[in-house]
Ligand binder design. Structure first.
Ligand SMILES: [Zn+2]
Length: 276
């Protein structure tokens, strides 16, 4: 790799990460994403080789408010997550979920990675990788601030600063794109204000994603699902220019996408201030 120029090298790294990222995000069901978000949230208190700092099936099951018994967690997102993570070549984060009796992961965890169920050294090393890894691009509920760190897996070139900057920017754009896409897919590319969609010649649909409290100066809105609305191009322009107010009760909603009314208030204040 040393002979590859920096720019090429960073784009190579990004290509690999981009593919992994897309692979993971696209395959995760809502329940698997919830398990991932939860496991990412406990990482600060996890110590490799000390499974008492991990979470039992029961603890995860309870924390996520899932119905049924803890054993069902495997079919309530954990299994899908384990498959997606291993397929994307990411560190085995599902090894943080352990049985209450023995404090070890399910046998499926080891077999997924072609390991024997007593290969605890591998497990410990894997958890070290999990902790060192930057999960923010994969955990869609993570705050934007933490998503700006480049992956710790990233090779550091002699001009490491530059590579880091390239990656940071790309991650931010990539994240924005993924969030926008997720919102549009949830709403089947139908405008959340008028219900219209645009049918393309090849059968696909077209819509746009708008940040209700816009990103960047002077608005400095956050890049999160609750601040994004799926709209047709007409309504997008109207929102961009704050030419119409947003009425919370008239917006078409989806159970997996809750718009935060704080951002709606922000929009409406901007709309008011432009009137008269
Ligand atoms: Zn519309």
């Amino acid at each position: 790799m040393d002979s590859i120029p920096l720019e090429d090298r960073s784009s190579l790294v990004l290509n690999i990460q981009y593919r992994n990222l897309l692979g993971l995000v696209m395959k995760l069901t809502r329940s698997a994403q919830n398990v991932l978000d939860y496991l990412v949230s406990i990482l600060p208190s996890v110590r490799p080789g000390r499974p008492e700092t991990f979470k039992t099936y029961g603890e995860v099951h309870r924390a996520l408010g899932l119905p049924g018994i803890p054993r069902e967690l495997v079919n309530q997102g954990l299994g899908t997550l384990a498959d997606a993570v291993s397929e994307a070549g990411l560190p085995g984060i599902t090894g943080l979920v352990v049985t209450q009796e023995e404090l070890v992961p399910g046998k499926g965890y080891f077999s997924l990675y072609g390991r024997q169920p007593d290969d605890f050294q591998w497990w410990e090393d894997e958890i070290k990788k999990v902790i060192a890894f930057d999960w923010s691009p994969y955990s869609l509920t993570a705050k934007p601030a933490t998503s700006l760190k480049p992956s710790s897996k990233t090779p550091v070139a002699s001009d490491g600063k530059k590579l880091e900057r390239v990656e940071t920017t790309t991650y931010r754009i990539l994240r924005e794109t993924l969030l926008a896409r997720r919102v549009k897919e949830l709403h089947k590319y139908e405008c959340q204000i008028c219900g219209e969609t645009i049918e393309l010649v090849d059968g696909r649909r077209y819509a746009e994603a708008h940040h209700i409290q816009p990103l960047g100066s002077p608005h400095n809105g956050p890049d999160e699902l609750g601040n994004i609305i799926c709209v047709c191009p007409n309504h997008h322009a109207m929102l961009d220019y704050f030419s119409i107010p947003l009425k919370y009760n008239e917006i078409i909603t989806h159970a997996d996408h809750e718009i935060n009314d704080e951002y709606i208030s922000y929009h409406n204040k901007e709309h008011q201030s432009r009137k008269s």
